[in-house]
Design a protein around this ligand. Structure first.
Ligand code: PHE
Length: 347
């Protein structure tokens, strides 16, 4: 065997041992030990290099090149192993620095709009008592919105509403009351319905007014229906919506389509009816929620009911109003501003 052949097999055996040592090096320190043992000044390669002197002079340059190539290969493998170890260490340190018990960012999930939530809760109460939920058109004839409700064209009550007219005979309904008319025309007595929905008035926008808002209408007509039934139903409703402490009072009022008429208030939850300097109720101790009364005989006649046979009550109430009180809000505009997290962030 020539000197070159034996040099080459020595280098091959050495490379194999180098590979094994490298594979067993688990950290930077171990890696350095491998480097010193093979490539260091008194390492294995240096020992082989010394052997060049024993070769015939003609073979020495080639032997030098072969050894240099082997050294380069080993150095490349060392560098690769170093990179591999470093990124594994980084990976481990990242794992250690993540506190898996730390609360994550809140998921950006939606919530039911508080006005709809209130409408759903109102509907749940009334349907449990045998009422039907009906919906009607937001574009109404002025005949249904006004005339059939005992508001003739020259009636001052029309002026106060400042309506949006689409045509001389078509209006964006100013209240949900025209559905009293539509429902009674469609079904004979007895009738018990509620009507949640949008209503429109040409109001300037401020903390308490929007030109589009929601109402829920209630109507119950039959033999022997009286005001006490209305009072009982509303008291039950507001105890369910606000809590068992809730109290309702009625104040004499006027609506052309009810007689007698009354506005109803709920006792202020913030001051328990004490008033004084209470900001929630403005000091009155009560919060105005809507209008009500006994259905006017003229309205019953207009839909073909006989006021000598049947009587009934009706009420109409703003849903934003209720929702604001339930969630302790003080600006109605928040309902339509679409701020992210608005509904989820309510009390
Ligand atoms: N429609 C009236 C309003 O919008 C409220 C109301 C409804 C009054 C039913 C009496 C009976 O103000």
């Amino acid at each position: 065997m020539s000197g070159m052949d034996s040099l080459e097999s020595t280098l091959a055996a050495l490379a194999a041992r180098f590979d094994d040592a490298l594979a067993g090096a688990a950290n930077a320190h171990a890696l350095d030990e491998v480097r010193v043992a093979f490539l260091g000044r008194s390492g294995e390669v240096t020992a082989v290099r010394r052997g060049i002197g024993t070769l015939p002079p003609a073979e020495r340059p080639t032997a030098g090149k072969v050894i240099n190539a082997a050294v380069e290969a080993m150095e490349a493998k060392l560098a690769a192993a170093r990179t591999r170890l470093e990124s594994a260490a980084l990976e481990r340190s990242l794992e250690d620095s993540i506190d898996v018990s730390f609360p994550g960012p809140a998921a950006n999930i939606g919530a039911i709009h508080p006005v709809r939530r209130t409408a759903i809760d109102v509907a749940r109460y009334f349907t449990r008592h045998g009422f039907a939920v009906v919906l009607g058109p937001e574009i109404e004839t002025d005949a249904n919105n006004f005339d059939a409700l005992n508001i003739p064209p020259d009636h001052p009550a029309r002026e106060g509403l400042d309506s949006f007219y689409l045509r001389p005979d078509l209006v964006l309904r100013t209240h949900t009351s025209p559905m009293q008319v539509r429902s009674m025309r469609k079904h004979g007595p007895p009738i018990a319905i509620i009507v949640p929905g949008k209503a429109y008035r040409r109001d300037a926008i401020d903390a308490r007014h929007l030109y589009m808002f929601h109402q829920v209408e209630g109507l119950m007509v039959g033999r022997g229906i009286h005001f006490g039934h209305l009072k009982g139903m509303l008291l039950g409703l507001f105890r369910e919506l606000f809590g068992p402490w809730a109290d309702v009072r009625f104040r004499p009022s006027f609506f052309p389509f009810t007689e007698p008429s009354a506005e109803f208030d709920v006792k202020c939850p913030a001051c328990d009816g004490q008033g004084g300097t209470c900001r929630t109720c403005g000091g009155s101790g009560w919060i105005e929620l809507g209008g009500s009364g006994m259905v006017h005989p003229n309205v019953l006649r207009a839909v073909g009911y006989d006021p000598d046979e049947v009587t009934g009550w009706a009420f109409g109430c703003g849903l934003e109003r209720i929702a604001m009180k339930r969630h302790d809000m003080n600006d109605i505009r928040a309902f339509v501003e679409n701020a992210p997290g608005f509904a989820a962030g309510l009390a």
